[in-house]
Design a protein around this ligand. Structure first.
Ligand code: N01
Length: 546
């Protein structure tokens, strides 16, 4: 437990990719830091999500830190798409190499943070009774870290084990000989279903909404290609930072409707065979803004499903029809559709026959009862706002973040929220975050926040707070850009639609990473335009050496 009288410069909540990099940067500034992490070790999402088949669907050489050229050269990924264990090894390597665990208290969840206006400090409290005060509070709590259970009766009555993909047991699970039910067909379900099917005696998949998924074409990395990439690492990183989604994707020049059928088919074919998440989405320049263009991509995917899945009825059930292609996050898979050709796999459509209850022996829908020995909920997360609204956060005049965001998140740049001074969010709502390569987004945010803190210290500024005007203008801009696209038409977690009662607001910023980065840099260069800076009444003490 931390000393009750402890005072630090910064509290960092979370020790995933964002939290660790924040520790690295803040320490270089000479700040004293107290980190808290609910898990027993570093890794964030990669510590929790250990379900069978978990891997990243951004290519491993892109989904890694760029801040250290040495790290980049010494670490070698083994596969095009890294598995969860390999990513966790990487995170541990980074934590060891840069000695990043030193200031982190694990198995400790921050439960409250209250702004003390007179002291201009945050009072932070944890579930272990720690109390610490800090000048800055940095939320590196991730976008997809608050696991969501399905709203179904009877969960407690089930006699067998129930697992959630986002909270997977560390000792692993052996499904051999068991009748297993998986609820949910988002990325986690789609990655885990083929692997669980290989092990279980019988797998029943409960699907409410079929998703669009494309083959990952995963393979071991060719050592020569790795060497070649490492030789150009800096140049490639720069290009990634300048790219729309934080990964290098050729910018499409054509409308899907501006080419003939053969050319369109050929372009989709090329994108499909590329085995990348962004390939299909970026096959044409209007797939996410024009309904008719979008239909062509959706029709292409449905045709590919029919090619693989032998039973036409099952193929139809797997075919997404109630949201435009790409407006719920698409997935990359290995053998997903082929899994439904197995005799020991059953697909249940729980949109037409909804789940009524979990019973002691299985899952009951409106028409049938399915006997199961184990259940896996691949039911996702209370995305983006869930991790920030878990703790009781109170800003100026006791305003709670929960009240302030009751009608949806309000931020300036997705980094700050008015009335919560010296409170920074890494990849918060209103920033590109989940729409781009998270590693690029994280590094850009942590760099911005660290530069900001350095600026404040150099000028003896006690606190920085976004103005309501700047925030309102940013929120309007985020919504305006989203409304130019088809995204708001889908019941996605981007929209908060997967959580009953959650306000329907498109949360990430879809204006593209370069534009966003440009705005953030301009705000900083303009002496933090849109923020109120309050000078310290007395000079700040020199940072203690660490
Ligand atoms: O969660 P999801 P996820 N009854 O919300 C269904 C990232 N990720 O964990 O669509 C029945 O996508 C729900 O149905 P519906 C990635 O960004 C990345 O799979 O709401 N079904 C849906 O099918 C991803 O997008 C990787 O109708 C219920 C599913 O559960 C995000 O995490 C790997 C239900 C939830 O899908 C979330 O993915 C994994 C109910 N009561 C995840 N409640 C990488 O590779 C929910 N569902 C990097």
């Amino acid at each position: 437990m931390t000393d009750h009288r402890a005072q630090v410069d910064a509290v960092v909540v979370g020790a995933g990719f964002a939290g660790l990099y924040a520790h690295h940067r803040l320490r270089k500034l000479g700040l004293t830091i107290q980190g808290y992490e609910a898990a027993a070790d570093v890794g964030g999402t990669w510590w929790w999500n250990r379900y069978p088949g978990a891997r990243c669907d951004v290519e491993s050489m892109d989904y890694s830190y760029s801040f250290s050229p040495e790290l980049e050269q010494e670490w070698t990924w083994s596969e095009r798409y890294a598995t969860q264990p390999e990513i966790l090894r990487y995170v541990n390597h980074v934590a060891d190499r840069f000695d990043l665990r030193r200031d982190i208290q694990f198995e400790t969840r921050v439960t409250a943070a209250t702004w003390d206006e007179s002291a201009r400090r945050w009072h932070v409290v944890t579930d272990r009774g720690d109390r610490v005060t800090a000048r800055f509070c940095i939320m590196a709590t991730g976008c997809l870290s608050a696991a969501k259970q399905p709203e179904v009766d009877g969960i407690d009555t089930f006699r067998g084990p129930i697992f959630h993909t986002g909270r997977w047991p560390h000792e692993g699970v052996d499904f051999s000989g068991l009748r297993v039910g998986v609820v949910g067909t988002g990325s986690s379900g789609i990655q885990s279903i083929p692997v669980i099917a290989d092990q279980a005696a019988h797998l029943t998949v409960f699907q409410r909404t079929p998703n669009f998924t494309m083959p990952a074409k995963n393979a071991p990395l060719d050592p020569e290609a790795v060497m070649a990439r490492k030789a150009r690492a800096r140049e490639i990183r720069q290009a990634m930072r300048e790219s729309r989604a934080g990964v290098i994707v050729p910018m499409p020049e054509h409308s899907a409707l501006g080419v003939d059928d053969d050319a369109r088919e050929a372009q989709f074919e090329k994108a499909w065979e590329s085995g990348t998440l962004y390939g299909m989405v970026a096959a044409f320049n209007d797939l996410l803004i024009d309904e008719d263009a979008n239909h062509t991509a959706a029709a292409y995917v449905r045709a590919r499903i029919r090619e693989v899945v032998k039973d036409p009825e099952v193929a139809e059930r797997l075919s997404p029809r109630n949201h435009p292609f790409g407006t719920k996050r698409p997935c990359l898979d290995t053998d997903y559709y082929a899994t439904y050709n197995r005799d020991d796999v059953t697909l249940v459509d729980v949109r037409s026959t909804p789940i009524v209850a979990i019973t002691p022996t299985g899952i009951r829908t409106t028409t049938d009862e399915y006997a199961l020995d184990a259940i896996v909920f691949a039911t996702g997360f209370d995305a983006m706002t869930g991790p920030l609204l878990g703790p009781d956060i109170r800003g100026v005049a006791g305003m709670t973040l929960r009240d302030k965001w009751a009608a949806g998140p309000r931020t300036y740049l997705g980094i700050a929220t008015a009335g919560f001074p010296n409170f920074f969010i890494v990849t918060g709502p209103g920033s590109p975050s989940v729409l781009v390569n998270m590693l690029v987004a994280i590094e850009q945010h942590v760099d911005w926040i660290t530069d900001c803190i350095e600026y404040l210290r150099a000028r003896h500024v006690a606190s920085i707070d976004a103005t309501v005007e700047a925030e309102d203008a940013w929120v309007d801009h985020v919504n305006a850009v989203a409304n130019l696209t088809l995204f708001p038409t889908a019941n996605s977690w981007y929209m908060g639609a997967n959580v009953p009662g959650k306000p329907r607001v498109f949360m990430p910023y879809i204006g593209g990473f370069p534009r966003y980065n440009e705005v953030c840099s301009a705000v900083a260069a303009d002496d933090y335009r849109g923020f109120t800076l309050t000078p310290a009444t007395a000079p700040e003490p020199e940072p203690s050496p660490t």
